[in-house]
Unconditional design. Structure first.
Length: 225
């Protein structure tokens, strides 16, 4: 029973490998136990989750997410899944989890933005993919990237300095929020490359400066989002 639940890290957050032969009710007990035991190690980060090892329907996924929430401090912001038949369900789930973060009617974009590509929006933007070096996202509201940010982001371009930028992996070439601009230093890029586990971060303006910090409940409370 020890290996009925295995938690591994990946680019978006964590992979949870589930025993395919265990009855679902027993599986739920093991998930609760595993995440309770791993709570301190996992911390209170916001991240994506992937399930492997067995097929799960939408109701089972929702039950498991509730169990994880009750037995850890994790904030699961999306489920990374390769089943296209469930894509619409996950988009709705993502929208619900990010409802507190997005003050406007967010627009969703699926796929990686490559060098030279630009997305512009009058609303907040949620990108299901990476923003590569040379790509740009311009939004009058907030920008939330469920992937790596290695390009350029302009949030609150109409001068709204209360806007913010969130990315599962934050290595931007440049971030502009309202009238404030920040560039990633070479030292930060070197540190992030050495880091074993990417960390979800949020960029926001405070006292005339852009700060980039790990995304957790304390930061969200301080920003009154």
């Amino acid at each position: 029973m020890k290996n009925s639940i295995v938690i591994k890290g990946n680019k978006y957050g964590i992979i949870v490998v589930l025993d395919k032969n265990l009855p679902f009710n027993k599986l739920k007990e093991e998930i609760a136990k595993k995440f309770k035991e791993s709570s301190k190690f996992l911390g209170d980060s916001s991240m994506g989750i992937t399930f492997e090892g067995r097929e799960l329907n939408n109701d089972e996924i929702r039950e498991i997410l509730d169990i994880i929430s009750a037995n850890s401090q994790l904030n699961i912001i999306c489920v990374v899944d390769h089943d296209k038949s469930r894509e619409e369900h996950f988009k709705k789930s993502i929208e619900e989890h990010l409802n507190e973060l997005s003050k406007n009617d967010g627009q969703f974009y699926r796929g990686t933005l490559r060098s030279g590509q630009v997305i512009e929006s009058e609303a907040s933007v949620i990108i299901l993919g990476d923003v590569n070096p040379g790509a740009k996202v311009v939004s009058s509201g907030n920008v939330i990237i469920l992937g790596s940010l290695k390009g350029t982001v302009y949030a609150g371009v109409s001068g709204e300095s209360s806007s913010f930028v969130v990315a599962l992996e934050m290595e931007p070439m440049q971030i502009r929020i309202g009238d404030f601009i920040a560039r990633a230093s070479d030292d930060n890029n070197k540190k992030s490359k050495k880091s074993k586990k990417p960390e979800t971060k949020i960029a926001f303006v405070e006292d005339g400066n852009i700060y980039i910090e790990p995304l957790n409940k304390e930061v969200l409370n301080d920003l009154h989002l």
